[in-house]
Design a protein around this ligand. Structure first.
Ligand SMILES: Cc1ncc(COP(=O)(O)O)c(C=O)c1O
Length: 347
């Protein structure tokens, strides 16, 4: 039985071009600032995001953590969506390492209303903890790969700028967001102060993320990265793959979106799933199992028996992610298999 792995776009393996670039990378000690490949990656990343400076970092989690540590002081509030990756999946680094107090909002696509943000940033700090930062996630993973358009971010940014509170974006999949919105990544990144994005998801690099922001922010971010043990030596070996991910892979994310659309449209034929294809605009499809005769864990198990791997996203939620290493034909057959399994579970 062939396996169709739709658990995550982190499953993507480096392309032959990436492996060749890695083998031939010119390297040096990056802690001395002497790795030309890392420097090139950082320079290109800053240009593409439209930020003064950028830093290569081992993971998205560490990129977000560095932003939390640089922007906030212990006790400060880090305002974020209650389903965001920083709060749900980063092992509580926001509290454990940054000492921040999470303030949470509920939303459709990951973005709060400006009034909600104002209700926090405008508070009296003699009574309430001061604001450290506001974090957005774009695309929003647990909300189904949803996107936040630049105008919506801008409305929030106007509030945070006025209050002098930094706005950070976990843009792990910012390139997916840009493609779905028909804008450049810069148009999105322009609306936030700092942005983290992953090279190792749909862009296919084996390792690494970028944290971008002002020159001053990145100087401090480099110190904090070192403190966390995330500064690296001849990391040009992996940055070489990151450069290809950054420059050659974004355009192909369109295929992942088209494949996710195919999947969600096929599955939406089953009324019990109550799927709305337009609510899955990128490469992530979240399916609720509430109207099925068994819960999400059993559904994931039944799909696995038929060769389709998905991620368990809670007692009543499973997630499918399309990516470079699954072809359109494979997604088509995963859709047929899934539909067959789920039809048999409609009460
Ligand atoms: C939205 C989002 N942010 C951050 C991360 C963290 O990235 P990493 O796995 O590189 O730490 C992920 C990883 O899945 C993610 O989906």
């Amino acid at each position: 039985m062939s396996i169709i792995d739709l658990r995550s776009d982190t499953m993507t393996r480096p392309t032959p071009q990436m492996r060749e670039a890695m083998a031939n990378a010119v390297v040096g000690d990056d802690i001395y600032g002497e790795d030309p490949t890392v420097t090139e990656l950082e320079t290109r990343a800053a240009e593409i995001m439209g930020k003064e400076s950028a830093m290569y970092i081992p993971s998205g989690t560490m990129g977000n953590l560095v932003a939390l540590l640089v922007h906030g002081k212990p006790g400060d509030i880090a305002l974020m969506d209650k389903e965001c990756h920083i709060y749900v999946y980063e092992q509580g680094g926001v509290a454990a390492f940054a000492g921040l107090t999470p303030g949470l909002w509920e939303s459709e696509n990951g973005c709060p209303s400006p009034d909600f943000v104002q209700s926090y940033v405008g508070r009296n700090t003699r009574a309430y903890p001061p604001m450290g930062l506001v974090c957005l996630e774009n695309t929003h993973n647990r909300r189904g790969g949803t996107v936040i358009p630049p105008d919506q971010i801008k409305a929030v940014h106007e509030v945070t700028l006025e209050a002098g509170v930094p706005l950070h974006m976990d843009g792990a999949r910012i390139f997916n967001a840009a493609i779905a919105l028909g804008v450049s990544v810069k148009e999105i990144a322009d609306q936030v102060d700092t942005v983290q994005f992953c090279l190792s998801k749909g862009l296919g690099a084996p390792v690494g993320s970028i944290l971008a922001g002002s020159e001053r922010f990145i100087v401090e971010a480099r110190r904090v990265r070192r403190r966390l043990g995330g500064a690296m030596r001849q990391s040009g070996v992996i940055a070489a793959a990151g450069l290809i991910a950054l420059t050659e892979m974004p355009a192909r994310l369109r295929d992942d979106h088209a494949n996710a659309r195919l999947l969600v449209e096929r599955l939406s034929e089953l009324d019990a799933l109550e799927l709305e294809p337009d609510k899955a605009p990128t490469n992530i499809v979240v399916v609720r199992t509430d109207n099925l005769s068994v819960g999400a864990e059993e559904v994931a198990e039944l799909l696995k028996e038929k060769g389709v791997l998905v991620t368990l996203y809670g007692p009543q939620m499973i997630r499918f992610v399309t990516h470079h290493d699954v072809s359109r034909e494979q997604v088509q057959s995963a859709a047929e298999i899934t539909l067959g399994v789920l039809k048999s579970l409609v009460a």
